[in-house]
Design a binder for this molecule. Structure first.
Ligand SMILES: C[S@@+](CC[C@H](N)C(=O)[O-])C[C@H]1O[C@@H](n2cnc3c(N)ncnc32)[C@H](O)[C@@H]1O
Length: 256
């Protein structure tokens, strides 16, 4: 897949960083020494970790060179390394493994999360947030547009969509034996956006990437127009053109 676009991703930096703040608020550690930000992206979540734990050695891990370049500029207080989380091992036993909006992209992530949890120091914590929004119109309609347009074959061959998250009970069953305390919850955000175009802009740098990647530039435009037309039926605008993007997210905090 083409590399991520930090600029497009950061168009909604405040909204995307809010769940990272909400997740960090539930981390029950006062002075961890070794902290990793898994899927650090452009460094927005890493900056929160550096601010909260100024004494810690904070390292951001990501497999996108473009994201890491932006993160190094934005967050000089941390170190960064290029790695695929599917195989990554921490150099030092972590006090905190933090991950905002990343593991949904990692195939079989529950096993990866379980493997990494076992690397934590005793008393260490793992804190993870993932969008749980594939059943929302924003994501159902991109799958529908993919299945019903002239690009159908191309997109099905590319197996465009990511997998739905397992149920909360599946995370609990797999992770409970690894933690002394395990807390799992959902939060639903409602983001006011500038019409259906705002929704397209939001998902262009994330959920739409696997759909746009296999398409030629002229197909891209037709696909986006078709998708935006479908969004119109599901997200009615208010008098000033604002739509509310309903966005459920799954949170997991475990303490070893
Ligand atoms: C949606 S961004 C999240 C960025 C940031 N953590 C935040 O709070 O906004 C997801 C990041 O995960 C990274 N990523 C996805 N799959 C990965 C993998 N297998 N290994 C490492 N990083 C991965 C992407 O490159 C991207 O930067």
């Amino acid at each position: 897949m083409a590399d991520w676009s930090p600029a497009q991703y950061l168009k909604f930096a405040d909204e995307r960083t809010r769940p990272a703040r909400d997740l960090l608020a539930q981390v029950p550690l006062s002075s961890p020494a070794v902290v990793y930000d898994l899927g650090c992206g452009p460094g927005n979540s890493t900056a929160l970790l550096v601010e909260r734990f100024p004494q810690a050695r904070v390292t951001g891990i990501d497999n996108s060179p473009a994201m890491l370049e932006q993160a190094r500029k934005a967050c000089p207080g941390a170190s960064f390394a290029l790695a695929d989380l599917a195989r990554w091992q921490p150099d030092d036993a972590p006090d905190l493994l933090f991950s905002n909006a990343t593991f949904q992209w990692v195939p079989h992530h529950l096993e990866v999360v379980a493997r990494l949890a076992a690397e934590l120091k005793p008393g260490g914590a793992m804190a993870i947030q993932m969008p749980d929004n594939l059943a929302e119109p924003s994501h159902r309609l991109m799958a529908e547009a993919a299945e019903e347009g002239p690009w159908r074959l191309k997109l099905s061959q590319a197996s465009a969509a990511r997998e739905p998250l397992p149920a909360a009970s599946a995370y609990y069953a797999r992770l409970k034996p690894l933690f002394a305390r395990l807390d799992i919850w959902h939060t639903i955000y409602n983001h006011p956006l500038n019409g259906t175009r705002g929704i397209v802009e939001w998902v262009k740098s994330t959920g739409l990437r696997p759909y746009l990647d296999p398409l030629a530039p002229e197909e891209d435009q037709a696909f986006l127009a078709d998708y935006e037309r479908r969004l119109g039926g599901a997200y009615p605008a208010d008098a000033d053109g604002t739509v509310l993007l309903r966005f459920p997210r799954l949170f997991i905090v475990g303490l070893r």
